[in-house]
Design a protein around this ligand. Structure first.
Ligand code: NAP
Length: 314
């Protein structure tokens, strides 16, 4: 008999098909009565498949599954999982940390380029025929600018490499200085924001980083500063960001993630000094395929009693 996997969100179809060949996959979000489905299978479910944009892995779900052994997260962030409860129950958690790194760093770079060089506005300028009435106004060069990266792990460091290639100076903030990194370290985010032209958020979401980018940070960044977020919407106080953009107390913003995604505040949509992406950081076929393969490999390893490939060390 096939083992049962409780899926709270979907991987790409190729990897879902592969998973369903080997396991009985319950897609909870598709169930008419999820509560009854959970009740019916509660004793057989040993593994949850979770995704950053699917149903959250709450205390309630974890507690309703007495034989749960593994939470396999399709994604790098873990803010959709109640890690504390999983840890208390001794439930293993795996994620796919490396798979989206380069593509997410590329997305940060795309946002830096589009906001500073006003690429989206320039595209519109051509499309609506304004070019016939005069040249597009000059934009802002990347070269020589200082970029401050908040969260200097896999993605933060991959962004740094790309910024260096664009002749930018890199500095960073995280809780600890990274001894192997050649860039200047700031132990205070506001201090760093006051010294940079571009502030990039690349830290995890969750309680600890909730609204760490707020009015004080935008004031420090100043009217010539740009704000980029590829981390999680929760790291930014959206109201403060809206005020800073509306008052032009920062120059612009490039956003891939939002507090209320997939809904985006109307007022952001109507602003011309923001570039808005629909959470596509790691959203390439290649990254998603690698993430899916890794999820499946971890689930197989778990059921075989082998060591997990990418366990989350809490
Ligand atoms: P990572 O390798 O774990 O790096 C996270 C970094 O954040 C570490 O350098 C950590 O360093 C720092 N950090 C942790 N808590 C912090 C805090 N309170 N203040 C400042 N820095 C803090 O993770 P990653 O792979 O780079 O991914 C980072 C995040 O990007 C993920 O958690 C996810 O939310 C997001 N992400 C977004 C997309 C997208 O599609 N937009 C795709 C993938 C990932 P210290 O321990 O020294 O603080």
């Amino acid at each position: 008999m096939k083992k049962i996997i409780l899926a709270l969100g979907s991987m790409q179809s190729a990897e879902m098909d592969l998973l369903e060949k080997e396991y009985h996959v319950i897609k909870l979000w598709k169930e008419k009565d999820p509560e009854s489905t959970l009740q019916a299978y509660r004793l057989q479910i040993q593994v949850i498949l979770s995704t950053y944009n699917g149903m959250p892995v709450t205390q309630k779900i974890i507690e309703s599954l007495p034989n749960l052994e593994l939470i396999a997260q399709y994604g790098a962030g873990l803010n959709n999982i109640d890690i504390g409860i999983a840890k208390a129950r001794d439930i293993a958690v795996v994620s796919t940390p490396d798979a989206p790194t380069r593509d997410t760093a590329d997305t940060a770079m795309a946002l830096i380029l589009t906001t500073l060089r006003r690429v989206v506005e320039a595209d519109m300028f051509v499309r609506v025929g304004k070019w016939n009435s005069g040249a597009f106004p000059p934009s802002t060069s990347l070269a020589g600018k200082t970029v401050g990266i908040c969260g200097f792990g896999r993605i933060g460091q991959a962004i740094a490499k790309r910024c260096v290639a664009f002749d930018m100076k890199v500095v960073y903030h995280s809780r600890c200085q990274k001894e192997d990194q050649p860039y200047q370290y700031f132990n205070d985010l506001k201090d760093m924001a006051g010294r940079v032209d571009v502030l990039v958020m690349a830290c995890p979401g969750g309680q600890e980083t909730y609204h760490i980018a707020n009015a004080a940070i935008f004031t420090a960044l100043g009217s010539r500063g740009y704000f980029i977020n590829i981390a999680r919407g929760s790291v930014v106080n959206t109201e403060d960001l809206l005020v800073a953009l509306r008052n032009r107390s920062i120059a612009g913003a490039g956003l891939d993630v939002y507090e209320t995604e997939p809904s985006v505040p109307e007022s952001l949509i109507s602003m011309d000094n923001v570039v808005l992406l629909p959470h596509i950081g790691g959203g390439t076929v290649e990254a998603r395929s690698n993430m899916g393969q890794l999820v499946i490999a971890n689930i197989r390893a778990h059921f075989k009693g082998d060591s997990l490939i990418s366990p989350v060390v809490a």
